[in-house]
Write a protein of this length. Structure first.
Length: 228
């Protein structure tokens, strides 16, 4: 019986791609007098390239931008701006609120396990307005361990009061999220992008709302099995 659902944050609940594009365009516009030597589209696209879907921390990204374009700004100033203003550009994926509301009404325990900097990730969760939905929020920097390591999943399960077989993990990364969760005995659902190829044996969704149908179906099938 599934009793709880835990989520990744970036590219699962938070539409990080849209959020980053919105932020970096805004940053360019605000700093345009200092960035005149580089075109807006060039600055934005290079930031997104260097960011590598969030896997390169921004201190290094801004160091590269300042160096490559000989900007009259420090990388520290640009990084501070990112930390201060990114939360104003956080966009959820469609259906996020409806899904969370429905899961809470069904009585599921909910949690987040995310890699990243503690205060930064918490500020993004709060910017989305979803902190109150979750029974536990586990962030790698604070824990000193990150996905896909088993420890971070086990800590989240312990804090939410569930056994691994009672929980599902939903995430966009096949190693950090899907393999990581399965390695501790959880079910896992891949939040898939349109063009990504589905590997055999992986449950997946395009839309967050679809999660409701999968979990309900699993529990219904479990009940039928128990009745026989």
């Amino acid at each position: 019986m599934i009793k709880g659902i835990l989520f990744d944050l970036d590219e699962t609940l938070l539409n990080r791609k849209k959020s980053v594009e919105s932020f970096i365009r805004d940053q360019y516009n605000r700093y345009e007098p200092y960035l005149a030597r580089v075109e807006g589209d060039t600055y934005c696209s290079r930031f997104i390239e260097l960011d590598n879907n969030g896997y390169t921390w921004k201190d290094r990204v801004y160091e590269r931008l300042v160096e490559e374009y000989q900007l009259p700004l420090s990388s520290v100033e640009l990084l501070d701006d990112y930390l201060l203003y990114f939360k104003q550009h956080c966009h959820p994926f469609p259906g996020m609120f409806e899904m969370l509301e429905a899961l809470k009404k069904r009585g599921y325990k909910l949690g987040i396990i995310t890699n990243g900097r503690t205060e930064f990730q918490l500020s993004n969760i709060r910017a989305l307005g979803i902190e109150a939905y979750f029974d536990t929020i586990v962030i790698s920097e604070k824990e000193g361990v990150k996905k896909p390591e088993k420890t971070i999943f086990r800590r989240a399960l312990e804090r939410i009061g569930l056994e691994a077989h009672e929980a599902v993990f939903v995430g966009d990364h096949l190693i950090n999220d899907i393999k990581g969760a399965k390695d501790v005995g959880m079910k896992a659902i891949w939040k898939k992008r349109d063009k990504e190829i589905v590997e055999m044996g992986i449950d997946y969704i395009y839309s967050l709302i679809d999660l409701l149908f999968i979990v309900d179906e699993w529990n219904a099938n479990r009940n039928k099995t128990n009745q026989h």
